[in-house]
Design a binder for this molecule. Structure first.
Ligand code: BES
Ligand code: MN
Ligand code: MN
Length: 456
């Protein structure tokens, strides 16, 4: 692997420049104004796969944003790894909180600052550059397929359909994904589970128009107040979710499993300091690690209604709305949880309100195996480059397609991510360490080598 490391070392500036080029494209999948930018990012990823030496790479149109599919097949008798990632990014809002523009990447304090730097353009690009490195150094020990989509941040609906229609093409032995985080650069870890997601939007309508809050106030129900009461009733004083049946299917971990999970290095002080909070909060009876990794949630993501402009306007609003996400853990099902939520809200909405509930994208929870050659290949690869054996952890985020890959393709995934929680994905000033980017490129070839050797 010496020549591989040398190649990375002598090409790292170009690797970074090429990543910055990708980061300059505002491929915000949620915003239709950026449809063409999303397409440009797909083109860029496709071209970079071809330049890296892939046999083929193409743009596959969907009814939403396109999918990039590429292959490097060296021998059909050998193992095949399917690399999944996404080139779409979250909206950069709130833009005024960025210290440098979100789509004008800069390197500062050894970190690349840009929307998508870590999630997931930077991590996708590690795979492209690892491919280039392996091909140029004759160090590719297996076949690789690349599936890089443009709709992860909006739920991957079209990829789910495409996957069902392209099962043959996607034949592989395992899926490798870099779209998660590690505990720290001196504490490598590999996530072994992702939470699922149910996402709903609730709109309450009271009177047919905004009213004078003096002329009508006190005599007509206020939709903001009613919505707040309904939402507040969904949790009790111990922060348990009160929606009937919400916890019914949750896989309960044994005492031993919980103990193991809580052994992962974690400092509550650092956690609080980093977020500038004086205390943590969550479901009674569970540690912070457990609240994030193995327990489902009910969170408000946005709430609005009435007058929010400058000054005071006396108004009793006609409408109030909220966006709510529920993170799910193994054995829960997103459709069922959404249904339980709708049933509960329908049972408590007062006669004074008309309610409209919109179901947004969802995704199923998944546990990825920590036994088996693929996980071991990743463990050994990280141990080689970090000098420390990585710790298996349970992440709190969601990648909706992973459970779907398991169901439709029968393939398990390895979540070998190189981000850090402090990278601020989805937040203003998202970043990705230059070290992390290069360490990913150094580690990925070891994964392939180990996997090809161990899987035989
Ligand atoms: N890469 C993240 C998910 C993630 C982050 C997993 C950190 C583990 C650790 C992904 O891009 C993401 O943000 N997913 C969304 C899914 C949703 C939009 C359907 C999420 O988790 O909110
Ligand atoms: Mn991601
Ligand atoms: Mn994301």
């Amino acid at each position: 692997m010496d020549h591989v490391n040398k190649y990375i070392e002598s090409n790292k500036d170009r690797f970074l420049e090429e990543l910055m080029e990708l980061l300059r494209i505002p491929s915000v999948s949620a915003d239709s104004n950026h449809k063409n930018d999303v397409k440009r990012a797909a083109e860029y990823v496709k071209d970079s796969l071809l330049k890296a030496g892939a046999d083929s790479a193409e743009i596959c149109a969907t009814s939403g944003h396109p999918i990039v599919y590429g292959e490097k097949m060296i021998d059909p008798k050998m193992r095949t790894v399917l690399v999944y990632g996404h080139y779409d990014v979250q909206p950069p809002d709130p833009v005024d909180l960025w210290t440098s523009p979100p789509f004008e990447p800069v390197i500062k304090d050894e970190k690349i600052y840009a929307r998508g730097a870590c999630d997931d353009k930077g991590q996708v690009f590690m795979h492209v550059k690892a491919l280039e490195t392996m091909i140029r150094n004759d160090a590719l020990p297996c076949n690789i397929k690349f599936l890089i989509e443009g709709e992860e941040e909006v739920g991957s609906d079209n990829l789910a359909k495409w996957t069902r229609e392209n099962k043959d093409r996607l034949k592989a032995d395992v899926i490798l994904i870099s779209d998660t985080a590690m505990i720290g650069n001196d504490t490598p870890s590999i996530e072994s589970g992702l939470r699922g997601l149910s996402y709903v939007e609730v709109e309450l309508t009271g009177p047919n128009r905004d009213l004078h809050s003096g002329v009508y106030g006190g005599a007509v129900a206020n939709p903001i107040e009613i919505l707040c009461r309904m939402i507040a009733s969904a949790k009790d004083a111990d922060n348990h979710v009160t929606i009937p049946g919400f916890y019914d299917d949750v896989t309960v971990l044994t005492g031993e499993e919980r103990e193991k999970l809580n052994k992962a290095p974690f400092s509550l002080d650092t956690f609080k300091k980093e977020l500038a909070i004086d205390d943590v909060h969550g479901e009674k009876g569970y540690t912070t690690i457990e609240r994030i990794g193995i327990r489902p949630t009910f969170e408000l993501n946005g709430i609005w209604g009435g007058y929010t402009g400058e000054g005071a306007k006396t108004v009793l609003p006609s409408k109030a709305s909220a966006k709510i996400s529920m993170r799910l853990v193994p054995n829960q099902n997103s459709e069922k949880i959404t249904r339980l939520f709708v049933d509960y809200f329908e049972s408590i909405v007062p006669k004074t309100m008309k309610m409209k509930i919109t179901r947004h994208h969802g995704g199923e929870p998944v546990v990825t195996p920590t036994e088996g050659v693929a996980f071991q290949a990743a463990e050994k690869a990280m141990e080689t480059t970090f000098g420390k054996k990585p710790i298996p952890t349970r992440g709190g985020g969601s990648i909706p397609i992973v459970a779907m890959f398991e169901k439709e393709l029968g393939l398990k995934s390895v979540l070998m991510g190189f981000g850090l929680d402090s990278d601020g994905i989805h937040s203003p000033n998202e970043s990705f360490g230059v070290f992390n980017f290069l360490q990913g490129i150094r580690t990925i070839p070891h994964f392939y080598k180990n996997y090809a050797e161990m899987a035989g």
